[in-house]
Design a protein around this ligand. Structure first.
Ligand SMILES: NC(=O)c1ccc[n+]([C@@H]2O[C@H](COP(=O)([O-])OP(=O)(O)OC[C@H]3O[C@@H](n4cnc5c(N)ncnc54)[C@H](O)[C@@H]3O)[C@@H](O)[C@H]2O)c1
Length: 417
């Protein structure tokens, strides 16, 4: 019932299906039972509506939250959307998937469809999930159906929804694919069938790695533009006017979130098993990983221009979440910028309307006006839409914009990436 599972559960409930929302985190289950959403894209009103029953009705609510796998035994379909992070050694950590599959195999029953949505390397469904589920004594493809269907949700996006984003499905057998396609056609207008779980798993990685490589390329272009004294945003804006053959990607402080920084490692891991080295992909990862350090170099240069050292200067970060309009700080480049700036003596503060208290930083979001007045340098790290950037430039002593949101403003106290 995280970023992926909750919107999906709600989409099925809103189509009139009886949905069981399971999570190992009791805080999430308590929130769901109280009709309280913890995800920006899901309103508490729609959640409460799905979790409520009409007065006097003896029907159960459409969405029921639980921590017990036994409650899944009545379900026709079970969709797994657990995290697939990296271990300390930057290798795939499938422990959540293995835990979840182990619990599920204890309650699996004949006729169920199991669909995995967690992003992972090709082969996971067949090589890792299937054997655990078969510990139930039931055979995949015969007694129960098994498929992989990548999740394409983009938190904060409103122009494409669960319904209008085509859904890719690949089953273990043709029947598994058809069963999964039937399930997802309940909530998606377009279902795209592929020949098995592996192409479906790799489709998701291709989509994200495509983004990662292009972001790395435009980040490298931004570094070169600094040397050349050319505004990279002006160049990207101009190139984006080409109606064909160019797709816009914007430079920035680096990649964050649960997908882009992690997915390439999943594929690189699988490739190594086959004596293949994904050099292009790893190079992109390297460039993007170095981007926060480059941002800190830009902070040093910006302060240097006004004859100040980083050591002892008050530096305000505007936005710490990994992308605009959301409160997710997983792998956010802002966290590394904060750490690296502190290491060289910077006195860091932040303001983020979506992240009141990130926990691990021992910081809380400060009042915007007060913090701007106290800062030697304001860095725009996340382009949250509710902030008036023209006012930030006019009120702040010095502004460094990593997101290009000040395009069109010319001011002596403003530097862009
Ligand atoms: N967030 C996104 O934008 C996005 C987009 C596409 C794909 N994905 C992929 O989808 C998967 C889930 O991502 P997410 O962002 O929803 O993660 P999340 O952390 O928001 O949610 C995952 C949930 O799984 C629960 N969980 C962990 N182990 C469990 C277990 N054994 N049994 C029951 N619940 C368990 C966690 O408590 C958590 O609430 C990942 O593989 C991710 O890469 C995410």
């Amino acid at each position: 019932m995280g970023y992926v599972g909750l919107p999906l559960a709600l989409a099925f409930a809103e189509e009139g299906h009886d949905v069981v929302g399971l999570d190992a985190d009791t805080r999430k289950i308590d929130a769901l039972r109280e009709g309280r959403s913890y995800i920006e894209d899901v309103s508490s009103e729609s959640l409460a509506a799905a979790s409520r029953v009409a007065p006097g009705s003896d029907q159960a609510p459409k969405l029921v939250a639980t921590t017990h796998y036994e409650d899944l035994s009545e379900c026709d379909a079970v969709i797994i959307c657990v995290p697939t992070p990296l271990s300390e050694a930057r290798e795939p950590d499938l422990s959540h998937l293995i835990d979840s599959a182990t619990s599920l195999s204890g309650v699996l029953r004949r006729g169920q469809l199991i669909s995995l949505e967690s992003t992972t390397y090709p082969g996971t469904t067949r090589e890792r999930l299937l054997p655990i589920l078969e510990e139930s004594g039931l055979a995949a493809g015969r007694d129960f159906h098994l498929a992989f269907s990548p999740e394409r949700i983009d938190p904060g996006r409103t122009d494409y929804t669960v319904r209008t984003t085509p859904k890719v499905v690949g089953g273990l057998t043709e029947e598994c694919t058809e069963r999964a396609a039937a399930l997802y056609s309940e909530i998606c207008d377009t279902v795209v069938r592929v020949s098995g779980p592996e192409p479906a798993e790799l489709t998701k990685l291709l989509e994200n790695i495509f983004r990662s490589v292009n972001i790395a390329m435009v980040n490298e272009m931004a570094m070169l533009c600094e040397r050349l004294g050319i505004d990279v945003w002006e160049v990207v804006d101009a190139a984006a006017t080409k109606p064909f053959g160019f797709m816009r990607f914007d430079p920035g402080p680096g990649m964050g979130g649960h997908c882009l920084p992690i997915d390439p490692f999943y594929l690189a891991y699988k490739a190594r098993e086959h004596d293949f080295y994904t050099e292009f992909i790893e190079l992109a990862g390297k460039v993007n990983q170095n981007q926060p350090a480059w941002c800190v170099h830009r902070i040093e240069r910006a302060l240097n221009q006004v004859s100040k050292p980083v050591n002892g200067s008050r530096i305000l970060l505007l936005g710490v979440s990994y992308k605009a309009g959301v409160g997710d700080i997983r792998e956010s480049p802002a966290l590394r910028i904060i750490r690296l700036t502190r290491e060289i003596g910077g006195d860091v503060a932040y303001h983020d309307p979506h992240v009141p208290e990130p926990g691990e930083l021992a910081l809380t979001s400060g009042d915007l006006d007060e913090e701007i007045a106290n800062a030697d340098l304001v860095c725009i790290v996340t382009a949250h839409p509710e902030i008036d950037y023209a006012r930030v430039v006019s009120d702040a002593e010095l502004v460094l914009d990593f997101r290009g949101v000040t395009r069109g403003i010319e001011a002596a106290n403003l530097v862009r990436l």
